[in-house]
Design a protein around this ligand. Structure first.
Ligand code: NAD
Length: 249
């Protein structure tokens, strides 16, 4: 498959988990890929690594400009960098709210702002935002995280409308529980990580967690010309978590 042959892509949060799997998949399918991350140390060739903090507008501008110069243009932006937060509205103070919204929402705005002038020059321009089923599911103990992903969903739709006539498609993926270092850290914090993992798997309709590669596949589809008529959509990659209503076994 050569759907990405000649395309130039930028993946934020591409040094770990979903972002890393996406960067590797796009590169394997022929794209030239730049990774923007807080910690790009482990990013290896053919991927290009750039250090930036999505909460720092100047560092985002600098990294995007450097990446676009090295790639020789930009066709695809994968807005994926994000952090988690647990608890109810009473468990997180203003500082925590500002921090998570700054990374998860405004971070995507900053990279989009820096990337849009370059995407306008592409004939296959696409933005894919990593959202979450938390945007629409009403998950317990995830008030702050869910609000941030709800904003990502709305941002995706609004941007899709704003840029459709410029030929720039904007979509998002809504992953369920994905087996990434992030989820590993959450499990490791439990008193019995192995038992917690088994319980988490049992709560999935499929009986297993989603893999980072499976989310990468959905992102790659939305980023590729294969989905050329698709914009303003959210693609669930959640092992049936939201859509299925299974009877108890
Ligand atoms: P991860 O922690 O494995 O990777 C996140 C990457 O983002 C890391 O490389 C980190 O360095 C980078 N990053 C974090 N803050 C940054 C910042 N301020 N500036 C630049 N880079 C930064 O996490 P993951 O599980 O791969 O999650 C990636 C995305 O997927 C996030 O947006 C997350 O909300 C979303 N998501 C994850 C799951 C899941 O179950 N893992 C489910 C739904 C959605």
């Amino acid at each position: 498959m050569s759907d990405f042959e000649g395309l130039k892509a930028l993946v934020t949060g591409g040094a770990s988990g979903i972002g890393r799997a996406t960067a590797e998949l796009l590169a394997a399918r022929g794209a030239q890929v730049a990774v923007l991350d807080l910690d790009p140390e482990g990013v290896e060739k053919p991927l290009l690594g750039y250090r930036a903090d999505v909460t720092d507008d100047e560092s985002v501008r600098r990294a995007v400009a450097a990446a676009v110069a090295d790639l020789g243009g930009l066709d695809v932006l994968i807005n994926n960098a994000g952090i988690g937060a647990q608890g109810t509205v009473e468990d997180n103070d203003d500082e925590a709210w500002h921090r998570v919204m700054d990374v998860n929402v405004v971070g995507m705005v900053r990279t989009a702002r820096a990337a849009l002038p370059h995407l306008r020059k592409s004939s296959h321009a696409a933005i894919v935002n990593t959202c979450s089923i938390a945007a629409t599911a009403g998950l317990p103990q995830r008030a702050l995280y869910s609000a941030s992903k709800g904003a990502v969903l709305s941002l995706t739709l609004a941007m899709a409308a704003d840029h459709v006539r410029e030929g720039i498609r904007v979509n998002c993926v809504n992953p369920g529980t994905v087996d990434t270092p992030w989820v590993g850290r959450l499990l490791d914090a439990a008193p019995d990580p192995a038992a917690e993992r088994t319980a988490l798997e049992a709560r999935q309709p499929t009986g297993r967690l989603v893999s980072a590669g499976e989310v990468a596949g959905a992102i790659a589809y939305l980023a590729s010309p294969l989905s050329g008529a698709t914009t303003g959509t959210a693609l669930a990659v959640d092992g049936g978590m939201q859509g299925l209503r299974l009877r108890p076994a």
